[in-house]
Design a protein around this ligand. Structure first.
Ligand SMILES: Cc1cc2nc3c(=O)[nH]c(=O)nc-3n(C[C@H](O)[C@H](O)[C@H](O)COP(=O)(O)OP(=O)(O)OC[C@H]3O[C@@H](n4cnc5c(N)ncnc54)[C@H](O)[C@@H]3O)c2cc1C
Length: 466
């Protein structure tokens, strides 16, 4: 395949084009807040109440024959996150406008030498990138799962007993050990719960993944400061997000300024030089400079971001979704949509296999439905974004070229289409060909103009990965 930015974006988009969701979106009116567990034969536990867990629990809860429990350690959790979501997520997951703080319609890309390219002029008036605060989004999704009938337990899962015969014996159940918290008390009470199916939606440090021996993945560390800037400075970020590239802000990713309700999220991430994350964070603050000057840091947050899938995502009747499975794309670092989508997909497939709660699914069945469908739909997306990250974020010359290429309206159109809708229309072969020439010219020009990347000594997290 010829390599151009747009050809790749087209592949990403068509690979990730989704069919209409089978989510019933049943009206919540008249839905019982919980069904009697006595009528239900099997119990499903969803561990983790972020987007992947809440979207899984909502589907299980709608199946009358299944008793659904969602266990979340912190019901007011504010997941460290940039909070950018594609427009299609709002419609597909029926999100109210109230969960979107800001509608970004312009994105400033800033190169290592300070060249700025503003993208967004190809957007239609009703198109935007949604900016959310995770405490608002997650709470909304969890509340909805509860309204559909999921029982929410405020508990920290500490370990899971996985019986040796769980892959072959339907009668063997999993025992979840957790600390349950009740309102007004800081000390948890140690409890256990026996369940038939577990969905691990507990993020990058997943206990479920550990218990089922899912294997390890490489991860980036991402850092973000929430900075409250003066109102007049906030006006600049009203509908604007910024993305900075350069080895000063990250040797293998990008730094961002994302607008939120009353502040901006300023952050960066890296895999190859994690010990220097604070140095990169200072650099992104410096690059944003006067635009955020005088701001007050109101929250500092950091968290791992998975770099690729876990070696094993299903074991017996335990399945991983979202970050626990490793579903964040390279290049953009996007994980919220894929978390929600994988949670929903896994639950829909398992519910179908359980036939009204009359039987249990096998590992082979979960793999040949949820895993197969997810990989068919998104596998090429992960692969292509991995290539784009390797090509465009690996040195300052390529980063200059990346920003220059984004001046093209054609690149902007295809990039936005593939991000906002996970689909693309009207790729033009002639424009693709022209872009190939421009890409080569930009790469040559970028290498001439850019300063070589600073060398860092970090033998453990070496540049091998990129
Ligand atoms: C700094 C940063 C910026 C990012 N920016 C973006 C962005 O702008 N856009 C985007 O799309 N993605 C972004 N991501 C990625 C995104 O945050 C994740 O992909 C997404 O949150 C994954 O959702 P999840 O539901 O799988 O896991 P999580 O959101 O991590 O949710 C896991 C939940 O499980 C709970 N939990 C964990 N352990 C236990 C336990 N033992 N017992 C009970 N509960 C437990 C946690 O409290 C949490 O609520 C960013 C990530 C970081 C770190």
């Amino acid at each position: 395949m010829k390599f151009t930015l747009v050809t790749l974006a087209g592949v990403v988009a068509s690979a990730s084009a989704f069919s209409a969701s089978s989510f019933t979106g049943k009206s919540l009116v008249g839905v019982p807040s919980s069904s009697s567990a006595l009528d239900m034969k099997y119990k499903v536990a969803v561990v983790g109440g972020g987007p992947s867990g809440a979207c899984a629990a909502e589907i299980f809860a709608q199946e009358k024959g299944i008793d659904t429990v969602l266990i979340e350690r912190k019901l007011d959790n504010a997941k460290p996150c940039g909070g950018a979501i594609p427009l299609c997520m709002v419609g597909e997951f029926d999100l109210p406008e109230s969960v979107v703080d800001r509608k970004v319609r312009q994105m400033n890309l800033v190169s290592p030498t300070g060249v700025e390219v503003s993208i967004g002029s190809t957007l239609k008036p009703d198109e935007y990138i949604g900016m959310c605060r995770r405490e608002i989004l997650d709470q909304y999704l969890r509340d909805r799962a509860q309204q559909y009938g999921a029982e929410i337990v405020n508990g920290l899962v500490t370990s899971i007993d996985v019986p040796a015969d769980h892959k072959t014996n339907e009668d063997s159940r999993y025992t979840i050990h957790y600390q349950e918290y009740t309102e007004g008390s800081k000390a948890g009470v140690a409890k256990t719960m026996d369940v038939d199916v577990i969905v691990g939606a507990d993020g990058a440090n997943s206990r479920v993944a550990k218990a089922m021996d899912a294997g390890l993945y490489n991860f980036a560390i991402a850092f973000q400061e929430r900075i409250k800037i003066p109102d007049e400075k906030m006006k600049f970020y009203e509908e604007m997000a910024e993305m900075y590239v350069g080895d000063d802000v990250s040797p293998d990713f990008y730094g961002w300024v994302f607008p939120k309700y009353d502040h901006v999220g300023v952050g960066t991430g890296t895999v190859v030089n994690r010990p220097a994350i604070k140095q990169y964070q200072k650099a992104i603050r410096d690059r944003a400079g006067d635009k955020i000057a005088g701001g007050k840091i109101i929250k500092v947050e950091a968290h791992p971001i998975p770099e690729h899938y876990r070696p094993r995502r299903v074991q017996g009747r335990i399945a991983l979704v979202g970050d626990a499975a490793g579903y964040v794309t390279k290049c953009s670092g996007e994980g919220i949509y894929f978390a929600a989508k994988s949670g929903r997909m896994a639950a829909e497939e398992i519910v179908a296999l359980m036939k009204g709660g009359s039987r249990l699914p096998s590992q082979a069945e979960i793999e040949s439905t949820y895993i197969k469908k997810y990989d068919n739909l998104y596998g090429p997306t992960y692969a292509v974004l991995d290539i784009l990250q390797r090509v465009f974020y690996s040195n300052n010359g390529a980063r200059e070229a990346f920003v220059e290429l984004c001046e093209s309206k054609y690149v902007q159109q295809v990039t936005f289409d593939s991000y906002l809708y996970k689909t693309v229309q009207g790729n033009n072969p002639l424009d693709d060909l022209k872009l190939l020439g421009t890409t080569i010219k930009s790469l040559i020009g970028g290498y001439k103009k850019a300063k070589p990347d600073a060398v860092f000594s970090n033998p453990e997290e070496s540049k091998k990965r990129i």
